[in-house]
Write a protein that binds this ligand. Structure first.
Ligand SMILES: CC(C)(COP(=O)(O)OP(=O)(O)OC[C@H]1O[C@@H](n2cnc3c(N)ncnc32)[C@H](O)[C@@H]1OP(=O)(O)O)[C@@H](O)C(=O)NCCC(=O)NCCS
Length: 176
C-alpha cells in the first residue's frame, strides 16, 4: 500500500460500526470515562465536518467534530482521532486533522478545541489554553487542553465550562 491508495472522505451513517471499532481498538473501554467522551454524550457529532481515511474499501482512520459552546463562545471539539495500528506513521492522522480544521473554517466555526498531546497537535495549529480559562465537566489535564483559533482573537471569547452546543441551547432556552 502506498499513499496514493489512501482516500479521504466525509463519514456517513453506514460507517458507524467501523468507526466505533477503530475507537474501541485505539482507546479501549476506558474511553467512556474520559472528559471528552462525556461532553460528546450531550448530543450528536457533526458528520459534515467528520472524515474517514480508507483503503481497499476498509476504514483505517477517523476524526470526528462535535459542536460545542463555552460561555458566549462557540466552536467544535475535535475527536476522537484514531488510526488503525497497522497504518500509523503514514501521515493519516495529520491529514484527517487538516481536513477537519479546513472544513470547520469553511463552515464558519471560530475555534477548534481538543484534549490531546501538544507535541502532536502543536505543529497542526493548536496551542495550550491558558490554565483555568476553559474546563470540562470531568477533570482534564490542563496541559492537554488545546485550541486552534480559526478567527483571530476568538479564543478570548471561550471561557468556563465547555459543553455540547445542544446543552448550551437548552440552558439558554430554560433561562429565557
Ligand atoms: C495519534 C494518532 C492518531 C496518530 O496517527 P498517525 O496517522 O499515526 O500520525 P501521523 O502519521 O500523522 O504522524 C506521525 C508522527 O506523529 C508522532 N506522534 C504520534 N502520536 C504522537 C503523540 N501522542 N505525541 C507526539 N507525537 C506523536 C509520531 O511519532 C510521528 O512522528 P514522525 O513524523 O516524526 O515520525 C494514532 O497514533 C492513534 O490512533 N493513536 C491512538 C489514539 C490516540 O491517541 N488518538 C489521539 C487522541 S488525542
Amino acid at each position: 500500500m502506498n499513499h496514493a491508495d489512501i482516500t479521504y472522505r466525509l463519514e456517513n451513517a453506514a460507517d458507524e460500526a467501523e468507526i466505533e471499532a477503530i475507537a474501541e481498538e485505539a482507546f479501549g473501554p476506558g474511553r467512556f470515562a474520559r472528559a471528552a467522551f462525556k461532553l460528546r454524550e450531550g448530543g450528536p457529532h457533526d458528520a459534515a465536518l467528520s472524515f474517514v481515511a480508507e483503503t481497499g474499501g476498509e476504514i483505517i482512520g477517523s476524526v470526528r467534530m462535535t459542536p460545542v459552546a463555552a460561555c458566549a463562545g462557540r466552536g467544535h471539539l475535535l475527536g476522537p482521532l484514531a488510526v488503525r495500528p497497522a497504518f500509523k506513521n503514514k501521515g493519516i492522522g495529520k491529514k484527517l486533522v487538516a481536513l477537519a480544521l479546513d472544513a470547520a473554517r469553511r463552515a464558519g466555526s471560530p475555534a477548534v478545541i481538543l484534549v490531546g498531546d501538544q507535541p502532536y497537535y502543536g505543529p497542526l495549529g493548536f496551542q495550550r489554553v491558558p490554565v483555568g480559562k476553559l474546563r470540562m465537566e470531568r477533570p482534564v489535564d490542563p496541559n492537554r487542553l488545546l485550541v486552534a483559533e480559526l478567527a483571530e482573537g476568538v479564543a478570548d471569547t471561550l471561557s468556563g465550562v465547555i459543553v455540547h452546543a445542544n446543552r448550551a441551547k437548552k440552558r439558554s432556552a430554560a433561562s429565557a
